[in-house]
Ligand binder design. Structure first.
Ligand SMILES: [Zn+2]
Length: 560
């Protein structure tokens, strides 16, 4: 895909895969004997014991990272199941969990900040790890994933793939035919809906066992995302983009000569979205330009332990922090144009963070495997901060031969696809969030409501539901907000860089120190929210993202 909005979907999808592929085939929990006699009476005994637990945890993470790397790079044989079992085993020991929780309760009296933070992170990881290693969830998840991935879609009684549909719908001139193409997904939803709802109920049940009202709340808690803040933020994004989206619909209706715009019309309406020509982003030069740029902003590119591999993989790119900070690797798919550059920059951003994390304790290094050990939205956001450079007019003027007029035109035109993508993400989030709140409600009705609220579309009653067709709800649950938060994080940091470095933003060698100090080196010693605040001088908010969308917030000047 040549356009950025499509590109982000792909690259974050890839990172999601690396983040949660460990969830794909969950093994039965190992039937190992638990040490039930763990008892530690003093802080002096606790520290060496915790150190050794963390060494074991880190070795398991390294094993997992290596197996994952080899599964994609095919550099060496690998055993993903064994790696997952070794990691999962750590989190099935309820005696250890009970003791760590007991020490967490006592931690306010210990007056030891790093220790308190380690105990807090272990507490989260024991919840995340229990879900990670849960055989019931894994079984249902895998079964439903099989149903969805193996499903044979049909169009006019002939087999058709999802990719074919998405290509056709972009080009089809007749609206009725576009609607027919769009409706194909409901075939998948029809066979998956019942199992998805059952899976949602099971996840909720497990979450309630940990004291959460539902699974969505648990997932947000593990990543330190405040649920009320999130809802408020997404609501504000909806309100502030409402008018612009309504006007896009009105324009599309005129342009496409249709009396009523449907969801099947969006891709067609956006088919001519502005993009910069591929010739300004030669594939052969990607690493040369990437290195030149990163050196320019102050990174010691030549001495960093980052391994780069170009290889045909099913995603745009994939980055793995195998051993933090001494071994980080990434793969990029040899695609074309600006999207290829943005992916390489994004993946390199992941690696830069890994090799500049300076934390003594493994549980605070932010390994990606166990839910709760990092915040995915933050990880994606600070990686995307690097991807964002390829979308910055100054960067484009400095590092490509694109003409000023082309850059200007691109800057003006990129808003609409991004706006549509945001509204769609809001819709996808809202459906899933409502589903976990009450899996017994009429989900077809919920889906209709969300189409109306976020895409401003009145679906005809004859359209069956589609919500269960999405593989995301099955395999990467409760993830949609991360796309939005990551975009907010990337744009807010970029804006802070502009404020601090001005015209030299793409070339000032002090940028690296800034990124290392505020965004990388502390790892999970600090909550991600604090890292954003330290780097940008304010809490995460939608302003910068809205400004990138071309939507000015006049309220900003008077209120807030
Ligand atoms: Zn990523």
């Amino acid at each position: 895909m040549s356009h950025r909005s499509g590109f982000i979907t792909i690259l974050i999808a890839a990172c999601v895969l690396s983040y949660s592929c460990s969830q794909r085939k969950k093994e039965e929990p190992p039937m190992h004997e638990q040490k039930n006699n763990v008892s530690i009476d003093s802080k002096n005994d606790l520290l060496p014991w915790l150190d050794s637990l963390e060494r074991r945890y880190e070795l398991a993470c390294i094993q997992m990272g290596t197996a994952n790397w080899n599964s994609y790079s095919k550099e060496a044989p690998y055993d993903l199941d064994a790696a997952k079992a070794a990691l999962g085993k750590i989190f099935l020991d309820s005696a250890v969990r009970g003791m760590l929780d007991e020490w967490l309760r006592r931690s306010p009296s210990l007056a030891d900040k790093p220790l308190a933070r380690r105990l807090e992170m272990w507490h989260r990881c024991f919840i995340g790890g229990a879900i990670y290693a849960d055989p019931d969830i894994a079984k249902r998840e895998n079964a439903l994933q099989q149903i969805i991935t193996n499903f044979q879609r049909k169009l006019d009684d002939k087999p058709v793939t999802r990719a074919e549909i998405s290509n056709l719908i972009r080009q089809e001139r007749r609206q009725a035919r576009r609607q027919k193409l769009w409706s194909v997904e409901s075939q998948v939803s029809a066979v998956a809906a019942e199992s998805l709802i059952a899976l949602v109920k099971l996840r909720n049940e497990k979450a309630r066992a940990f004291g959460f009202p539902n699974y969505y709340s648990l997932v947000l808690h593990l990543q330190a995302i405040d649920e009320q803040w999130l809802l408020k933020t997404l609501d504000s994004l909806e309100k502030q983009t409402h008018e612009a989206f309504a006007s896009f619909i009105a324009t599309s209706s005129r342009k496409l000569h249709v009396s009523e715009v449907g969801p099947w019309d969006f891709e067609y309406a956006l088919r001519e979205a502005v993009s910069l020509p591929d010739k300004y982003f030669l594939s052969d030069s990607v690493f040369e330009i990437l290195h030149r740029f990163q050196k320019g902003i102050g990174f010691n590119v030549d001495s960093l332990s980052i391994k780069e591999v170009v290889k045909d993989i099913p995603y745009g790119g994939l980055s793995l922090a195998v051993n933090i900070p001494s071994d980080s690797r990434f793969l990029v798919n040899p695609t074309k144009g600006k999207g290829f550059y943005a992916t390489a920059f994004h993946e390199y951003g992941h690696s830069l963070k890994a090799v500049h994390t300076h934390v003594e304790y493994p549980i605070l290094k932010g390994y990606e495997w166990i839910p709760g050990a990092q915040c995915a939205a933050y990880e994606e956001g600070v990686a995307e901060m690097h991807g964002e450079f390829t979308d910055d007019s100054l960067w484009l003027a400095t590092f490509t031969n694109a003409k000023p007029k082309q850059i200007e035109k691109y800057m003006k035109g990129r808003g609409l696809p991004t706006l549509y993508r945001l509204r769609r993400l809001l819709k996808d989030f809202a459906i899933e969030y409502a589903m976990y709140k009450d899996p017994n409600q009429d989900m077809r009705k919920v889906e209709y409501e969300m189409y109306e609220r976020y895409l401003l579309i009145d679906l005809p009653d004859s359209e069956p539901h589609q919500f269960a067709a999405s593989i995301w709800y099955t395999s990467y649950p409760c993830y949609y907000q991360n796309y939005i938060l990551a975009a907010m994080i990337a744009t807010q940091i970029q804006e802070a860089l502009t404020n601090k470095f001005g015209e030299t933003k793409s070339t000032n060698h002090e940028l690296a120190d800034f990124m290392i100090k505020y965004l990388y080196e502390t790892g999970e010693k600090l909550e991600w929210i604090e890292r954003i605040r330290n780097a940008t001088g304010k809490s995460l908010e939608p302003g910068a993202y809205l400004r990138k969308l071309g939507i000015e917030r006049s309220r900003l000047l008077t209120k807030e």
